[in-house]
Design a protein around this ligand. Structure first.
Ligand code: AP5
Length: 215
């Protein structure tokens, strides 16, 4: 089963993707994570995209389609791919369709996670991540069980993303409504769209995701 998690910044795509990886053995392909890894390892492409990402703008279709094509070529799909943060433009959506078709694979569902802007701001500005394993936390809604210690790996160092501030978030939201929201109609017309309410506790949202995938 290959699925797309579609939603604005802070909708909970990464959080729900981690659950699906743990519970169903699916493989998460997050273009945001791939781009951040390229920045950390200091590749030429990583340097190229750094300022664009910090500003909250989209990097080029060519770069992200290349990243996804590389992962699909590796072929380790396990129980299926979760596309998280990809596609984000109509050309990316067309490219994904072609890539999957060339591998004899299908897209089973596109899960749109709906969350209002006020909730997105508080989710984004409260987010932090474990430096060791990438586990995602929140100042209010998802604290580690032991203060300052990652539940998953025991790490003690955490980071906040450079684009998790109100100014970049405004740009990210604008880009979402302008470039990414047309994908809702695109996948609706293909009869692949499943819409869920992304508000509520993480477990409640996980149950809604499971509900649409299992019907
Ligand atoms: P990317 O990393 O994809 O960021 P994003 O789409 O803005 O999404 P986020 O990671 O911010 O949010 P999320 O929905 O995963 O939320 P999360 O689960 O963490 O992209 C970053 C940048 O890379 C882009 O701006 C762009 O520059 C570039 N890029 C990436 N892909 C690209 C592409 N395809 N094309 C062009 N450019 C691309 O949750 C957020 C917080 O809320 C967490 O703290 C979490 O604990 C908390 N939370 C989650 N669920 C709940 C809940 N139900 N209730 C309460 N709190 C919750």
């Amino acid at each position: 089963m290959n699925i797309i998690l579609l939603g604005p910044p802070g909708a909970g795509k990464g959080t729900q993707a981690h659950r699906l990886v743990a519970e169903r053995g699916m493989v998460q392909l997050s273009t945001g994570d791939m781009l951040r890894a390229a920045r950390t390892s200091g590749t030429e492409m990583g340097k190229q995209v750094a300022t664009v990402m910090d500003r909250g703008d989209l990097v080029t279709d060519e770069i992200v389609i290349g990243l996804i094509a590389e992962q699909l070529d590796n072929g380790a799909g396990g129980k299926g791919f979760i596309f998280d943060g990809f596609p984000r433009t109509l050309p990316q959506a067309d490219a994904l369709g072609e890539l999957l078709e060339s591998k004899g694979q299908n897209l089973h569902a596109v899960v749109e996670m709906k969350v209002d802007d006020a909730a997105l701001i508080s989710r984004i500005t409260g987010r932090y991540t474990c430096n060791e394993c990438g586990a995602v936390y929140h100042d209010e809604t998802k604290k580690p069980a032991k203060d300052g210690e990652c539940d998953k790996c025991g790490g003690h160092e955490f980071t906040r993303r450079a684009d998790d501030n109100e100014e970049s978030l405004r740009t990210r939201l604008m880009n979402y409504y302008r470039d990414t929201s047309p994908l809702i109609g695109y996948y609706y017309a293909k009869d692949q769209l499943k819409r869920i309410d992304g508000l509520g506790e993480i477990n409640e949202v996980a149950a809604r995701v499971a509900g649409v995938l299992d019907t």
